[in-house]
Design a protein around this ligand. Sequence first.
Ligand code: 3AT
Ligand code: MG
Length: 335
Amino acid sequence: RIFKRQMQCRFDIDRLNAPFLAIYDSLIPTEEEKAKQNQLFTLLETLITKEWPEAQLYVYGSCGNSFGVSKSDIDLCLAIDVADDNKSEILLRLADILQSDNLQNVQALTRARVPIVKLMDPVTGISCDICINNVLAVINTKLLRDYANIDARLRQLAFIVKHWAKSRGVNETYQGTLSSYAYVLMCIHFLQQRRPAVLPCLQEMRSTYSVTVENIECAFFDQVDKLRDFGSQNREPIAKLVWAFFNYWAYGHDYANSVISVRTGSVLSKREKDWTRRIGNDRHLICIEDPFEISHDLGRVVDKYSIKVLREEFERAAEIMQYDANPCVKLFEPY
Ligand code: 3AT
Ligand code: MG
């Protein structure tokens, strides 16, 4: 099936640019909403530094990486010098503090896979999860945000892909489909691979930002304001990129042998990663290398049933982009 039918793009693709941009515009959060998020962040930061003056509070996930749709929850990370065994204590204390400040629905989930405190701010209506010392997530958030600042088409494409994935029910890691983080990496990789390239590979460039977290050296070029013209040789507008993205995942990607890698800006082989067979629960049926935790395949949640669902959805999307009279409606039809 692979490589059998990479398609020629429809002749009228450009007429879809305006409707896709309209969808993008309807999804991005307003300035007012961002101001509310900042207001809640400042409140929480004040409460936290009063109790733990050495601690730092960071935003990660979609509110920090610039790929968050309107009405997203805020993901926060409290960086604090504490042994793993004592995280629960901190979370319970944090829940107490938040409750006393009239935040609503405060819950400490100390036994979760990633222990968090959940809360809702009655003033702004925003919900928020706070975890402890998930510093790699803070750094991958910065990497994604830096990529977003190089070329506007990344944000456009990723919002459309995330919106498609949510509408079609394939953004559910607990059901074996992919996380939003994985979809954004797929978009970055895809734009690195276009010819001419729309995005560079920041981790292959001279590093201007470097931190070591959990023995992993995270280094990349982060002076992205110097790269604003990087993608200007490539003039493909959004509709063409959406078309090509789905065509790639439907018919162009070699699922049996390939790993996509934002870190190297290239496609690696499963063999060189030793991702050729199932180990434990990791089946490696679609392989997306984490840019920092390179032994980590973001496709590992995908199982033999959900890979079929995913590939059928990619094919459905590719067919719609190729033939449908009104793809901007059909693509996002609830499943
Ligand atoms: P939504 O808009 O909430 O769907 P999001 O960007 O917040 O998207 P996720 O909820 O998937 O994305 O994840 C929140 C952040 O956690 C994003 C990323 O910084 C980090 N993260 C998620 N999954 C992984 C993973 N498997 N490995 C490393 N970091 C991850
Ligand atoms: Mg999130």
